[in-house]
Ligand binder design. Structure first.
Ligand SMILES: [Zn+2]
Length: 244
């Protein structure tokens, strides 16, 4: 992401209400952090949001869900509608195991080649697919590559969506072996409220969750994005009757 886009992102974060646009959690906000881990741990607990895009994937997503369950980490998945249609049982498992599900368009079409009308149509189609699978319409949306135009943004807000970007990016989609994710995990210094972007259609997120959860210096506790909106996971679903 270039410097100009970073600047625009930070400027938007400063002026737009959190219920409309989130890049990270609010470290200054007094966030109650319910400990999902039962045991007491002397390491400092750092609440962050692990987010996974571009799934569900038939092999990697179930393995990732196993690891999240093992370490009692709650994640947010921004799923592609066409993938959800192919693997609805994986979406149902995400919900059953306490994770949050957001909309990442129907086909992950290239933002530069997708009009606002087409983008919003893909959002609506994915909403319908997720509604059929889960009974709910997600409030959280992550646009492909984090790229939006004014028309796309306004269209999402008219649909009462919260746009969710990220402030931490290991670029796991570019990695070619486990050594690269190991190196990133070793260098990562988590801060409360980090929104970390990874991908569950690649294998490296699985190892990242394992390593971050077992770090000896800190104790990250991943919470769903709704935690930073000050609402519960099921309040991040839009009542379909109110959605015309
Ligand atoms: Zn994506």
């Amino acid at each position: 992401m270039n410097q100009l886009r970073q600047l625009i992102k930070h400027s938007l974060t400063a002026v737009i209400p959190r219920r409309l646009f989130l890049v990270q959690g609010a470290p200054r906000l007094q966030v109650p952090t319910p400990s999902l881990a039962a045991h007491s741990d002397p390491r400092t607990q750092i609440p962050i949001a692990l987010t996974f895009d571009d799934g569900p994937h038939p092999e990697f997503t179930p393995r990732l869900l196993d690891v999240l369950k093992h370490y009692q980490q709650q994640a947010t998945f921004f799923v592609i509608g066409s993938q959800a249609l192919q693997y609805p049982e994986i979406i149902q498992r995400m919900i059953r195991e306490g994770h949050e599900v957001g909309n990442h368009t129907l086909t992950h079409s290239e933002p530069a080649l997708t009009s606002a009308k087409q983008f919003l149509e893909e959002i609506s189609q994915t909403d319908q697919i997720l509604h059929e699978i889960t009974g709910c319409i997600p409030r959280l949306v992550r646009p492909p590559k984090g790229k939006l135009s004014l028309g796309k943004m306004l269209g999402l807000w008219r649909r009462r969506k919260t746009i969710v970007l990220w402030d931490t990016d290991p670029r796991d989609y570019q990695m070619t072996d486990t050594a690269q994710i190991n190196q990133w995990c070793e260098g990562y210094q988590p801060a409360a409220g980090n929104f970390c972007l990874m991908h569950d259609n690649h294998p490296y997120a699985i190892e990242a969750v394992r390593q971050l959860s077992e770090n000896q210096q800190y104790n990250i506790q991943s919470l769903g994005v709704s935690h930073w909106l000050g609402c519960s996971a099921n309040q991040t679903q839009i009542n379909h009757r109110a959605y015309a």
